[in-house]
Design a protein around this ligand. Structure first.
Ligand SMILES: NC(=O)C1=CN([C@@H]2O[C@H](COP(=O)(O)OP(=O)(O)OC[C@H]3O[C@@H](n4cnc5c(N)ncnc54)[C@H](OP(=O)(O)O)[C@@H]3O)[C@@H](O)[C@H]2O)[C@@H](O)CC1
Ligand SMILES: Nc1ncnc2c1ncn2[C@@H]1O[C@H](COP(=O)(O)OP(=O)(O)O)[C@@H](O)[C@H]1O
Ligand SMILES: [K+]
Length: 497
């Protein structure tokens, strides 16, 4: 992961280490806090110039310190400012205490804050240091402010939001804008955190990048910079066989549409040839509805083995509409040495039998297996990981990838792509109109199409998720899975015709 150019996220724990290293290297920590607080004040003035009052809620740590700096800067700008403090400000430590002492305005306990129309709330209660769930009085205040619908600008993170997992503990402010410092945290990108933050501004307070780089972890945003170097390159001498041959397995006669969506998406993603491998009963219905996609009879394990003799068959998609059961399990295991996207019924077939699957694919290095579960499918395959309340979506996907030796694409509005080596990407370009029947089948086909063209599994999965989002954005609201499959385009960053 270190070799690739990534748009990294910084966990709250890593941010605390950055903070410590910055102080050790002689950087003035109060100066950092002053820049942070001033950035918050500037955002409040820019976004809410007509606020009648700015209520700055200051907590017991450095997040509160940022709040006191912002409050003083706003007061100096002529704004009607009132600070509401949590805990005894006399107990504030070091920089936060200095920030408090420099504040010359009005001060009242947090419990006395009553939201009024015309207020802007600046939330500086807790940021990266939220170490446990909030207690009842603070929960009630946050709920009352959210219910009053006064706008909230959050400092670093909306208070109550866990910066690592993106989960509220147990509630968080609904902010309209969040000002964070140096880099976003996973909680800004994961749901529901992403929605609770509103717009997110990343303000550089002057911590040198070498310090940040030293604490960058394995989690990044899914952007083309991660995988564009691995995208298939279309050269003038291309021939359909050099662009890979994708096979998508069709379900029985009554369930063929999902596989056709995958097949079309694989072709649009750039695979040179795509074949629907269908049982005899489904040959006619598939043939009647395909043109560029070919159809071939593959009924059972023995015909599959014959089919696999052709080593030009470069990648496979198994699961969309396929049917849950023994046949799906046998097909998946027969494909253990090939590049495989296991989706939908292909995943559900291994409920209570996941160890067989994991054992068969354990030895592939690097892995050639991509699994694309939504939340329900994830829980079928990884029940213990799914129910572990201490893990966020990224940690769940990482644990699942490790125990299955597969690239796990844990789908949703915040799809996480995780690799057995611990690398994880959070996707953020998917619009909500992707929540429609069949859109997952299209995703499986795109990833299959990229695998067929020779992209490594992690990069193919990540690029596929990104292309899926781009295709959905091109179509717009009201999209159907057919529109989506038709809108898929290769992302050709470098072309050399
Ligand atoms: N990184 C940087 O370089 C820079 C960071 N900056 C800012 O620093 C912020 C991080 O500051 P921080 O570490 O002091 O943590 P913060 O969020 O204020 O909370 C800690 C306090 O809350 C308390 N507490 C925790 N959970 C609680 C709960 N559930 N219920 C009740 N109390 C709870 C905890 O108490 P304790 O656990 O010790 O009992 C402690 O007192 C960061 O978000 C950013 O805004 C900027 O100044 C610029 C430079
Ligand atoms: N609210 C949302 N915002 C963005 N993308 C979403 C949202 N809901 C679902 N998606 C995406 O849509 C696809 C749905 O796939 P899936 O749940 O397998 O549906 P289906 O089985 O109907 O194809 C996934 O890629 C998922 O990430
Ligand atoms: K906050």
């Amino acid at each position: 992961m270190k070799q690739r150019s990534f748009y990294h996220l910084i966990t709250p724990a890593a941010m605390a280490a950055v903070d410590r290293d910055a102080a050790r290297s002689g950087i003035d920590s109060l100066g950092l806090m002053q820049k942070a607080g001033q950035a918050v004040s500037a955002a409040a003035l820019r976004l809410f110039p007509d606020a009648m009052r700015m209520a700055v809620l200051c907590g017991p740590g450095n997040n509160g310190g940022d709040g006191y700096i912002a409050a003083e800067a706003l007061r100096m700008s002529g704004v009607d400012v009132q600070v509401f403090h949590l805990g005894d400000p006399a107990l504030l430590k070091s920089d936060a205490s200095s920030a408090f002492l420099a504040y010359r305005g009005k001060l009242r306990p947090l419990a006395e804050y009553v939201p009024c129309s015309g207020d802007l709330v600046i939330d500086a209660l807790f940021g990266a240091g939220l170490g446990r769930s909030l207690e009842p009085p603070v929960v009630e205040i946050i709920e009352a402010i959210n219910a009053a619908s006064v706008p909230v600008v959050a400092v670093d993170l909306p208070s109550g939001l866990d910066g690592l997992t993106g989960h509220p503990r147990p509630v968080a402010f609904q902010a309209c804008h969040t000002v964070t410092f140096m880099a976003r945290k996973p909680g800004h990108v994961l749901m529901p955190g992403r929605a609770l933050c509103g717009s997110v501004e990343v303000f550089g307070i002057g911590i040198p990048h070498r310090i940040l780089d030293a604490h960058r972890g394995e989690v990044a945003v899914n952007t083309p910079s991660v995988w564009e170097g691995s995208l298939p390159k279309l050269t003038g001498s291309a021939y359909k066989f050099t662009r890979g041959h994708l096979t998508v397995f069709s379900g029985p006669m009554s369930a063929t549409g999902a596989a056709r969506l995958s097949a079309m998406a694989g072709l649009k993603a750039g695979a040179g040839l795509v074949t629907l491998a269908a049982p005899a009963e489904a040959l006619a219905v598939n043939s009647a509805q395909t043109t560029a996609v070919m159809v071939k009879e593959v009924d059972d394990l023995s015909t599959l083995r014959d089919y696999l003799q052709d080593t030009r068959m470069s990648a496979f998609v198994l699961g969309p509409g396929f049917g849950v059961g023994e046949k799906a399990r046998a097909f998946a295991l027969a494909l253990r040495d090939r590049k495989l996207v296991l989706d939908a019924d292909g995943i559900s077939s291994f409920k209570d039998k996941s160890q067989d699957l994991f054992a068969y694919f354990a030895k592939n290095v690097p892995t050639q297996l991509v699994m694309t579960p939504h939340e329900g499918e994830f829980a079928r395959l990884f029940p213990e990981i799914a129910k572990d309340q201490t893990l966020g979506k990224v940690q769940k996907a990482q644990a699942a990838a490790k125990c299955s030796n597969a690239i796990v694409v844990y789908k949703g509005a915040d799809t996480v792509i995780a690799s057995p080596d611990g690398a994880a990407l959070i996707n953020e370009n998917a619009p909500p109109w992707l929540a429609t029947a069949g859109s997952g089948d299209v995703l499986a086909g795109i990833i299959g199409g990229l695998l067929a063209q020779g992209m490594p599994a992690f990069e193919a999965a990540a690029a596929g998720v990104y292309m899926h989002g781009e295709a959905a954005l091109r179509v717009g609201e009201g999209l159907t899975a057919e529109d989506l499959a038709a809108a898929v385009r290769p992302l050709q960053i470098e072309t050399a015709f």
